[in-house]
Design a binder for this molecule. Structure first.
Ligand code: C2O
Ligand code: CU
Length: 464
């Protein structure tokens, strides 16, 4: 309105842009989904894996006949899957072959601070660094991406993201679909804007409140479809977008089973009709195709805008005949944990480039919190509404998998009763989580809307 100042007009415009984010185009299903390669270990010793991970520039034929400039790990776009078993000793040689600084952050891994790849672990162009750690956490689907101070969003947007799979004795004994690329499928959901030359032009597409695009890519594939056999198929969903939220649903409204959260298996499969993932959240779901055939036009849709993300094509091949186990894990929240006092308060506030945590912007030279290694503390996260009402913030803590104690004082939904490293917090909502760090170091906590993160919605906890 007339009475509003310039700055306010600008803020409102940006904020409204976000509310009116473009719908995603429907997948035509003309391309078979790309499955990222699994990276081979360079060590032949048992219980030891050695990988080389190189951040590099590339060109990718996303649109037929056109090369789009992209970034990737060990390739042109996105990255390979790094596989670990619980107990493995891991050595990763990280190499920066970009023209700019980057870091290698292992999202969800419980590693010592110096191996975590936060903004303090920056590598200059041409530099390399070997990191070592031991895998002490349970089976889960994690991911890796860069984390340079203020430049994370653009590097992820341009293609730097890959998956990490951890397996353990439990996950291997459950009889879950586990044929990689056949009935165990990774799905990295991202949205991009392409310019007239079919290039990713981050500065043109950038929105301070979260960059959203109109073009959906899954594993980097435009217009994907997934061909499946007549069997149960496990999908490992990662919301790898900068800022878009997805509500995954089947076009028929049929149910599926969620079997895992960000950091581990649920205790039992949870039957759902839809699941919302904010940026960087993961979920593993199982869809039963055993009674379907080529006539069935099943597709995964995004219920936020009704777009078709991934049509399925059911082949005439009978696959494995398997039942999901009733019991998959023994995750629990103890009474002691439930009764702990709040030790840390986190207030998320603001929009556009004015976002803050506890009224402050990120300062690499400031430690915001300290916590003792091995101690469990309750963090209370509050999303304080702004004059526009506010927006959901996905809150992530490095170096730990945590337990959700409550949402606005209520028990969290069943499918959040498992290990989490990122949790959506709605405007005016308070979420309490129990956090324990196994290792020492300085870890980031931040909003995983990557533009908010780059705009300073981030703090540091020192674990000693
Ligand atoms: Cu997915 Cu600070 O990270
Ligand atoms: Cu945010």
């Amino acid at each position: 309105s007339d009475s509003m100042g310039e700055a306010m007009d600008h803020d409102m415009e940006g904020h409204m842009d976000h509310d009116e984010e473009p719908n995603l185009t429907d997948s035509t299903g003309e391309n078979e989904l790309e499955i990222p390669a699994a990276l081979g270990s360079e060590s032949d010793k048992e219980d030891e894996v050695a990988y080389t991970v190189r951040a590099q520039k590339g060109e990718t034929e996303i649109f037929d006949g056109t090369k789009t400039k992209t970034l990737g790990y060990n390739g042109d776009f996105l990255g390979p899957v790094l596989r670990f078993n619980k107990g493995d000793k891991v050595k990763i040689k990280t190499i920066n072959d970009l023209d700019e600084e980057t870091t290698f952050h292992w999202h969800g891994l419980e590693v010592p601070g110096e191996a975590d790849g936060g903004p303090h672990e920056s590598l200059k162009p041409g530099e390399e660094k070997v990191i070592e750690f031991e895998v002490t956490q349970e089976a889960s689907t994690l991911w890796f991406h860069p984390h340079p101070d203020g430049e994370t969003a653009e590097q992820v947007y341009n293609g730097l993201a890959g998956l990490i799979y951890i397996e353990d004795n439990n996950s291997e004994d459950l009889g879950l679909p586990d044929k990689y690329g056949e009935n165990d499928i990774p799905l990295i959901f991202q949205d991009k804007t392409f310019d007239d030359e079919k290039q990713l032009n981050y500065s043109a597409a950038m929105n301070e409140d979260g960059t959203v695009g109109d073009t959906s890519l899954i594993n980097g594939t435009l217009n994907p479809k997934l061909t499946v056999n007549q069997e149960k198929v496990r999908l490992r969903l990662l919301n790898g977008s900068n800022a878009r939220n997805y509500t995954f649903k089947l076009n028929t409204g049929d149910s599926f089973e969620q079997i895992a959260t960000d950091g581990g298996m649920l205790n039992e499969p949870e039957k759902l009709n839809e699941i919302t993932l904010t940026p960087s959240e993961r979920a593993e779901i199982v869809i039963d195709f055993s009674q379907l055939d080529a006539e069935d036009e099943l597709a995964l849709i995004n219920d936020e805008d009704g777009s078709t993300l991934l049509p399925f094509e059911v082949s005439d091949q009978k696959g494995e005949d398997s039942d999901l186990p009733d019991k998959m894990n023994d995750f629990s929240i103890t009474d002691e944990e439930k009764n702990l006092p709040v030790a840390k308060k986190v207030e998320l506030y603001g929009m556009m480039d004015k976002v803050t945590i506890n009224g402050k912007k990120f300062d690499p030279d400031r430690i915001d919190f300290t916590q003792e290694q091995g101690d469990t503390e309750v963090w209370e996260i509050y999303n304080k509404p702004d004059e526009m009402g506010g927006m959901v913030h996905p809150f992530h803590i490095h170096g730990a998998q945590y337990k959700v104690l409550s949402r606005d004082g209520e028990e969290p939904p069943k499918n959040e009763q498992g290990w989490k490293d990122t949790i959506s917090v709605e405007p005016d909502e308070t979420v309490k989580v129990a956090v324990q760090f196994k290792e020492k170091g300085v870890y980031m906590f931040h909003c995983h809307n990557l533009e908010h993160e780059d705009n300073g919605m981030m703090g540091q906890v020192k674990v000693e």
